[in-house]
Design a protein around this ligand. Structure first.
Ligand SMILES: Nc1ncnc2c1ncn2[C@@H]1O[C@H](COP(=O)(O)OP(=O)(O)OP(=O)(O)O)[C@@H](O)[C@H]1O
Ligand SMILES: [Mg+2]
Length: 484
């Protein structure tokens, strides 16, 4: 009984009880319920302000801020405290990425103020419309709103820069107007370093892109839309698509790849454009094929309007438009006039300088005793596309000598191949460009631009070459052609 009168006993009992409470609260998770209730109580004494960041604006264009907020929130450690998150595999095989489930709340602190975000799905479960809603105390609003939004911009830009997280958007076509663009991560490995191209030209193009990036005020002063149109033209397998990737990576822009065969009409094309975002490279590949064969539902004036930027003036700016073609000879001059195309870039077949870049990139060889022989062959007019040479080098990457020998054989073969092809009709123009389908349709299917990709032909040829090499060192082109 005496012990009950001892204050130390009560102190000890109190500590024990507190400890047990704590263990009980943490073990059972009641701590979270308590925290939440406490927060609700505190919230009752504050007036809040809400800001919605919808995924699309009233023109149904993607809201860039939504993407930035999404990137920012998904980088927060407090994402793990959210009640419901989805788990996905990341870029690396063992990476696990957390994604907020709809209608979940995520908390954040900024300059001592507490804010929360709700990942809302507008219009029920079947809806595609999403938004983030920011909730902050009115008393904090004036102090933190602007710096907080600026902070989100900065962090999301840094994240994008660090992760190289670019997106490739494709138009799937079809009826679903909410899904004009479908995106995947843009992982094309080409950069300006890996592209074999005359170094002066490459440097000029890089500085052209750099000066475009700095020219916002200049374009606005002239009353022009801040955009630049490039035409990349040259034979198949010379690096046009790879160059687009290099541009996008250099600029850190997303890529919108418009498949003209899936565009239903001119207004569909307009809507596609309206739904592209600023800081993007918009690409139309093989424009010559669509124009010559008229295999797209988009009219010439639809394409011209797009190139002029009349439509773009009502959309976001800071964008690059790129058109690729195999040959621009038969193209309506209206398409190519200055203003519609700002920069024309020719992608030729390989010369010796480009070959050396490829040898260095693919084989790690800067010099070799077979180089003079290869150089002589180029000087004598032999040539292949960089894609063709790249294929041979990849196939023989373990033995540079074998790779170079196979390139020499292929160069010889290529000369004979092209010579034999030119007996009947001219199939290649001066720069090695394939002629149009109309010009070549009486010739063998091998050279028909619409059916045959030179690279694929060459792979078949090369497959044959390897088979034959096992039996004998010589390669009979005429017999090879029978198999093509
Ligand atoms: N100039 C080059 N430098 C380095 N690699 C190249 C070059 N040209 C082509 N290649 C390689 O060849 C392959 C095909 O190139 P790419 O797709 O860029 O050619 P393309 O000109 O777009 O052809 P197409 O007209 O058929 O679309 C790629 O894997 C690329 O790495
Ligand atoms: Mg291409």
């Amino acid at each position: 009984m005496k012990i009950l009168c001892n204050p130390l006993f009560f102190l000890f009992l109190g500590v024990c009880l507190l400890f047990l409470f704590r263990v009980f609260f943490i073990r059972t998770g009641l701590i979270y319920v308590t925290k939440r209730c406490w927060r609700r109580v505190v919230d009752c004494f504050h007036v809040h302000q809400f800001y919605r960041v919808p995924e699309f604006n009233e023109n149904m264009q993607e809201n860039r801020l939504y993407c930035k907020v999404s990137d920012y929130l998904h980088s927060l450690a407090s994402l793990e405290d959210s009640d419901f998150t989805n788990l996905f595999t990341g870029k690396k095989p063992n990476d696990i990425v957390l994604r907020l489930d709809p209608n979940q709340v995520i908390d954040d602190d900024f300059l001592g103020a507490k804010v929360s975000w709700i990942n809302e799905k507008i219009g029920g479960d079947k809806s595609h419309l999403r938004s983030f809603v920011l909730k902050m105390r009115k008393t904090d609003k004036r102090r933190i709103l602007r710096p907080y939004l600026q902070h989100i911009h900065t962090i999301s830009d840094e994240l994008k820069q660090r992760n190289g997280d670019l997106k490739l958007y494709m138009n799937p076509g079809g009826e679903d107007h909410n899904e004009r663009w479908r995106s995947v991560s843009f992982t094309h490995p080409s950069t300006f370093e890996t592209i074999a191209m005359e170094s002066d030209l490459k440097n000029k193009l890089i500085s052209d892109l750099e000066s475009f990036l700095k020219a916002k005020q200049y374009y606005h002063r002239l009353g022009r839309v801040w955009k630049r149109n490039y035409l990349l033209y040259g034979p198949s397998g010379t690096g046009k698509s790879s160059f687009v990737s290099a541009m996008a990576k250099f600029l850190n822009y997303d890529v919108y790849d418009i498949d003209l065969s899936r565009v239903v009409d001119d207004s569909d094309m307009k809507l596609l454009l309206l739904k592209t975002t600023t800081k993007s490279v918009i690409v139309i590949e093989d424009l010559d094929r669509f124009l010559i064969k008229k295999s797209t539902a988009v009219s010439l004036s639809g394409i011209l309007n797009f190139m002029d930027g009349i439509l773009n003036s009502c959309c976001a700016e800071e964008r690059i438009l790129v058109f690729t073609m195999n040959c621009k000879d038969n193209i309506d001059p209206a398409i190519l006039r200055p203003g519609r195309i700002d920069v024309h870039i020719h992608f030729p077949l390989c010369d010796f300088a480009a070959f050396k870049t490829l040898a260095s990139n693919y084989l790690g060889v800067k010099d070799h005793k077979l180089f003079p022989q290869v150089e002589e062959m180029f000087l004598n007019g032999a040539t292949l596309s960089p894609a063709e040479i790249g294929e041979l080098m990849i196939a023989n990457r373990n033995s540079p000598s074998r790779a170079l020998k196979s390139v020499i054989t292929a160069l010889q073969t290529g000369v004979e191949w092209r010579r034999s092809a030119s007996f009947g009709r001219r199939l290649l123009d001066g720069s090695g460009t394939r002629v149009s389908p109309e010009e070549s349709d009486n010739n063998s299917a091998i050279f028909s631009a619409e059916n045959v990709d030179t690279t694929k032909d060459f792979r078949k040829l090369y497959g044959l070459l390897r088979l034959k090499n096992k039996k004998s060192q010589s390669f009979d082109l005429s017999s090879g052609q029978k198999y093509l």
